[in-house]
Write a protein that binds this ligand. Structure first.
Ligand code: DHE
Length: 515
C-alpha cells in the first residue's frame, strides 16, 4: 500500500500535479495570509463571490507571477503550471458551508488605531469643503487632494479592493471606505489618520451613512444581512438578517441614504421587496399586517417595529436593484432583472407606478438629474449599449436617446456647469469621454486624452470649475480639465484611479453626483 502511494506521488510529480492536492497546497502556502476558510486575513478573501470581480490578470497569472505593489508573492518556482491551474480551480469552487458572521464576530474584528490622535482643527490649511479623495485601486490607496491646488495632503492604504463611494459625515470631517471583503475603514480628514477598521460582512456591496451622520449601514451578500455600525467607534448597533416576508433569505444589492426621509433604502437581490430602515429615533410604528386573535378577542399586529431602525417592507412584482432617486426621495427607479426595463416605485404609497422601456441594461445608480426647459430630467447610461437615455421625471417617459461611442459606466455633472460628462467604459472606445450639453443634449466634445487607456468617472471641484477625470490604468493619472473650456490644465500621476469624491459635492448632494 505504502509503495502504491509513493509511486502514485511520483507519477503525479512527473505529470506536474500536486501529490497533496490543491486544498493542501492552499493550506501550506496561502492560508497564512488568506485565512483557513479562504475568507481573508492579511490578504483578501479567495471565494467566487470576490474573485468573480477580479479585473486585469487572471487568477492563474496572479498565483504564478504575484501582484505588483502588494505582498502577494510569485509561486512560479514553487508550483508547476498544472498545480497552479488546480489551485485556481479550487479557489473558484464555492465554499461548502457559508459561515456566519455575527455581531460578536464583527466586533472582534475591530482594530482601532492606537496611534490615532484626534485634533481640534485640520492639520492643513486647505479649504476643508474642497477636499477631494481619489481611490487608487492599483495599489489600494486613497489620495487626499487639496481641491484648489491639487496637491496631495496624504496618501493612505485602504483595505483590499475598495468598491463604491466613500461616505463622509455631514460635517465633512470623517470618511468611511468599504472593501468588497466587508472591511469598513474610518479615516479622520482633519488629522490625516486612520481611526480604525472593522469587518462588517464577509462579502459586501456598499455603505450608506444616516442623515445625522450617526449610523453607517453596510449592505452584505455574505452573510445575507445589513450591518448597522455606530460611526463614532465602529461598534455594532444592529445586524439585521435580511429575510423576505415569505421566509426567503436575500442578499442586499445596495443600501442608499434617503436624507429627506431620514431612512436607509435597501435593494434586495433575491426577493421582490424593497426595505426602508428608519434612522430617526422618532420613526412612526410600522406594522406588517393584522390578524384577528380569537383568544384575545382583538385585532393584533403580526409584527411591528418603531423608532430607530424600524423596518418597512415595500412589496414589488420582482426584485429590482441599482436605484436612482428623484430629488425629494419620493420615487425611485430600479432596474428589472431582465435588463430591459426601469420600474418607478412611489416610496410614499409603497407601490409601482410606472415602467420605462430601457433596453440594454440601464445603470441607474449612475443616473444624474438637472433642470431642462422647466422640467426635471434624469439621464442614465447603459452597460450593454452605446447610448444614454434621458427621462422626464414628471411623466416618467423617455424623452431622448443619445448615441455614444460605446456602453458607459458613469455620468457626472455639477450645478455650475452647462455640460454633463459620460464615459465609454466598455469596448474599443473605452478611451473616450463625451461632454454633452444639458439643454440641447448634443455631444459638444469627445475627449480622448490617452489612446487605448480606459478613461472614466468624473468629479468636479466644489465650485464646478474643474472636472477631474480618471485614466483608469496601473500607470494612470487624474486629469484636471477646465470645465468651461474643456482644456487640460493638470495631470496627476495615480495608480489605477477609479472614483473621486469631493467633500462639498457629496455632503450637499450636488445635483450632478450619484447619491
Ligand atoms: Fe460599482 C458604485 C454596484 C461593478 C466601480 N457600484 C456602485 C454602487 C453600486 C454598485 C450599487 C453604488 C454604491 C455607492 O457608491 O454607495 N458595481 C455594482 C455592480 O452591481 C457591478 C456592476 C458588478 C459587481 O459585481 O459589483 C459593479 N463597479 C463595478 C466595477 O467593475 C467597477 C467599474 C470597478 C470596481 O471597483 O469594481 C465599479 N462602483 C464603482 C465605483 C462606484 C461604484 C467607482 C462609485 C461611483 C460614485 O461616483 O459614487
Amino acid at each position: 500500500m505504502i509503495r502504491f502511494i509513493a509511486s502514485l506521488s511520483a507519477l503525479l510529480l512527473t505529470t506536474g500535479l500536486s501529490p497533496a492536492g490543491p486544498a493542501q497546497d492552499y493550506a501550506d502556502n496561502c492560508q497564512e495570509c488568506h485565512g483557513a476558510g479562504r475568507l481573508g486575513g492579511l490578504g483578501p478573501a479567495l471565494i467566487p463571490e470576490t474573485l468573480g470581480r477580479m479585473r486585469g490578470p487572471d487568477l492563474t497569472s496572479v498565483i504564478r507571477d504575484g501582484r505588483k505593489a502588494t505582498q502577494m508573492p510569485a509561486f512560479a518556482e514553487a508550483f508547476s503550471a498544472e498545480q497552479i491551474e488546480q489551485l485556481a480551480g479550487f479557489l473558484k469552487q464555492p465554499l461548502e458551508e457559508i459561515p456566519g458572521w455575527s455581531a460578536e464576530d464583527i466586533l472582534a474584528s475591530r482594530q482601532l488605531n492606537e496611534e490615532y490622535e484626534p485634533v481640534d482643527s485640520p492639520v492643513w490649511s486647505s479649504d476643508p469643503m474642497n477636499i477631494t479623495l481619489v481611490v487608487e485601486t492599483g495599489d489600494h490607496h486613497v489620495s487626499v487632494l487639496d481641491g484648489d491646488t491639487f496637491e496631495t495632503l496624504d496618501r493612505f492604504a485602504t483595505p483590499f479592493a475598495v468598491h463604491g463611494g466613500p461616505k463622509f459625515t455631514p460635517d465633512g470631517r470623517y470618511v468611511f471606505i468599504m472593501s468588497r471583503d466587508g472591511w469598513v475603514q474610518k479615516y479622520d480628514l482633519y488629522a490625516l489618520q486612520e481611526v480604525g477598521r472593522v469587518r462588517a460582512g464577509l462579502n459586501s456591496r456598499n455603505i450608506a451613512i444616516s442623515h445625522d451622520g450617526k449610523w453607517l449601514a453596510v449592505a452584505n451578500y455574505l452573510p445575507m444581512s445589513l450591518t448597522l455600525l455606530s460611526t463614532e467607534d465602529l461598534s455594532v448597533a444592529k445586524v439585521m438578517d435580511v429575510v423576505a416576508k415569505d421566509g426567503t433569505p436575500s442578499r442586499v444589492s445596495a443600501v442608499y441614504q434617503a436624507p429627506t426621509r431620514k431612512s436607509f433604502i435597501l435593494a434586495l437581490k433575491d426577493a421582490p421587496e424593497i426595505w426602508e430602515v428608519a434612522t430617526d429615533p422618532e420613526a412612526e410604528p410600522v406594522y406588517e399586517g393584522f390578524v384577528h386573535s380569537r383568544e384575545k378577542g382583538m385585532v393584533e399586529a403580526l409584527a411591528s417595529s418603531e423608532g430607530l431602525f424600524a423596518r418597512r417592507r415595500i412589496r414589488i412584482a420582482e426584485p429590482l436593484d441599482d436605484f436612482f432617486f428623484d430629488d425629494d426621495y419620493r420615487h425611485l427607479v430600479g432596474a428589472s432583472r431582465d435588463g430591459i426595463r426601469g420600474v418607478v416605485v412611489n416610496l410614499n404609497v409603497g407601490r409601482e407606478i410606472a415602467e420605462l422601456p430601457l433596453e440594454g441594461m440601464p445603470h441607474l445608480g449612475s443616473g444624474i438629474s438637472w433642470e431642462r426647459g422647466g422640467r426635471r430630467v434624469m439621464a442614465t447610461p447603459h452597460l450593454k449599449e452605446g447610448k444614454l437615455s434621458v427621462i422626464d421625471t414628471q411623466t416618467w417617459t423617455r424623452i431622448a436617446t443619445i448615441k455614444t461611442e460605446g456602453p458607459g459606466f458613469f455620468l457626472r455633472s455639477h450645478e455650475n456647469t452647462p455640460y454633463f460628462w459620460a464615459d465609454v467604459f466598455f469596448g474599443p472606445n473605452k478611451d473616450v469621454m463625451h461632454v454633452i450639453d444639458k439643454q440641447s443634449l448634443e455631444i459638444v466634445k469627445t475627449l480622448r486624452p490617452v489612446k487605448r487607456a480606459t478613461v472614466a468617472h468624473v468629479e468636479f471641484t466644489r465650485d464646478g470649475r474643474y472636472a477631474l477625470v480618471s485614466v483608469w490604468e496601473d500607470d494612470g493619472a487624474v486629469i484636471v480639465y477646465d470645465a468651461a473650456t474643456l482644456e487640460e490644465v493638470r495631470r496627476l500621476p495615480m495608480r489605477k484611479p477609479s472614483g473621486k469624491y469631493n467633500v462639498w459635492n457629496k455632503i450637499t448632494f450636488s445635483e450632478g453626483t450619484s447619491h
